[in-house]
Design a binder for this molecule. Structure first.
Ligand code: ZN
Length: 348
């Protein structure tokens, strides 16, 4: 559906999310390390000075006129603050050393997040505040928290958690409650810092990791609670479904999620299919990050982006984006080709 007057990025994204007419397709690629590389900064540089990350993302936003900015996402600060250990390489994102909870007795050792006191949380909040100061009120800010299920799996360790789904459901439900509570405490603080949408991720609940039945039993009910709470705080829910979730799209759509971010064609996710099956939802995606953005030519990127937009325009709501985070070494010409296609093909 078209609407003629030019919208602000905030209006454009909100209209797409609410299935209302937009002036053109909103564009929101995930540019964390792509933007950092352009500014020649590493994760270690960002830990020392979070404003450097803010500047790197605002530079991409200004140069390419995207429709929003993302915080330093996929860093899992809740897991670290709850007590999980981690590895923090200088030039790679951190990884969580899972398995804090080896038995039920360890549950009492899980820390509850206090955003006012926890330096790691304050670091992320300062990035959100910095983004707001830089982009002003007309641009939406997306900030990451884990889904409750992801937090539970971090606490327990992947292999143990996957066994618990069968052997110790009660323990998993306890960890889910704690994972939810901490994700929400953090989300509320992100809202107060200036975030508009929470970018949720939960890669351990894809079809690569658990069955549809297990998703429905464990993750799905907590996603519904989490998203309802986010809405209560005045936040939107942008859920990035990392990996292949094709066999559970109908359930995902029932969680109340506002924007459904779908992974790359490379993992078997097809935008035309999604548009047909996800009626009444805003879908986001899904230019292939590895095969096309990183390794393709600008012509490949343009062609795939144009095809994606043509499919997406038939959706009830559509936002153009990347199938996952855009790889650090993506050529600038490929990123520019995505934005060119968005401009040339993205009008309604
Ligand atoms: Zn992903």
């Amino acid at each position: 559906m078209a609407q003629t007057a030019e919208m602000t990025p905030r209006e454009r994204v909100a209209a797409a999310a609410n299935l209302q007419p937009v002036d053109r397709v909103p564009v929101l690629p995930l540019t964390r390390e792509f933007g950092m590389k352009r500014m020649r900064i590493t994760f270690a540089d960002v830990y020392a000075d979070p404003q450097k990350y803010v500047d790197s993302q605002v530079a991409v936003f200004r140069e390419f006129s995207t429709d929003g900015v993302f915080d330093l996402y996929f860093m899992y600060p809740e897991a670290f603050c709850m007590g999980c250990g981690g590895l923090f390489p200088d030039d790679e994102p951190p990884s969580v050393v899972s398995g804090l909870v080896n038995s039920r007795a360890d549950i009492s050792s899980i820390k509850r997040i206090d955003p006012a006191k926890e330096p790691r949380i304050k670091f992320h909040l300062s990035i959100v505040r910095g983004l707001r100061t830089a982009v002003g009120a007309d641009v939406p800010i997306f900030a990451h928290t884990s889904a409750a299920f992801k937090n539970a799996v971090h606490l327990r360790g992947s292999a143990e958690a996957l066994l618990d789904l069968y052997e110790d459901p009660d323990l998993m439900f306890e960890l889910l409650e704690i994972g939810l509570e901490n994700a929400l405490v953090y989300a509320k603080a992100l809202k107060e810092a200036g975030a508009d949408y929470i970018l949720l991720t939960n890669p351990v609940a894809s079809s690569h990791m658990i069955s549809r039945a297990m998703y429905e039993k464990y993750s799905f009910p907590f996603e519904k609670k989490q998203i309802a709470a986010l809405h209560g705080y005045g936040l939107g829910a942008f859920y990035h479904y990392c990996g292949n979730w094709n066999d559970r799209w109908d359930l995902m759509a029932q969680t109340g999620v506002d924007i459904m971010s779908l992974d790359s064609p490379y993992v078997g996710v097809n935008m035309e299919d999604a548009v047909e099956k996800l009626k009444g939802k805003c879908v986001y995606g899904n230019v292939d990050v590895a095969r096309t953005m990183l390794k393709g030519t600008p012509e490949d990127v343009y062609r795939e982006t144009a095809t994606c937009i043509e499919a997406g325009k038939k959706a009830d709501g559509f936002i153009l984006g990347s199938g996952c985070t855009i790889p650090r070494d993506t050529p600038i010409g490929n990123f520019a080709a995505l934005m060119d296609a968005a401009q040339q093909v993205g009008s309604y």
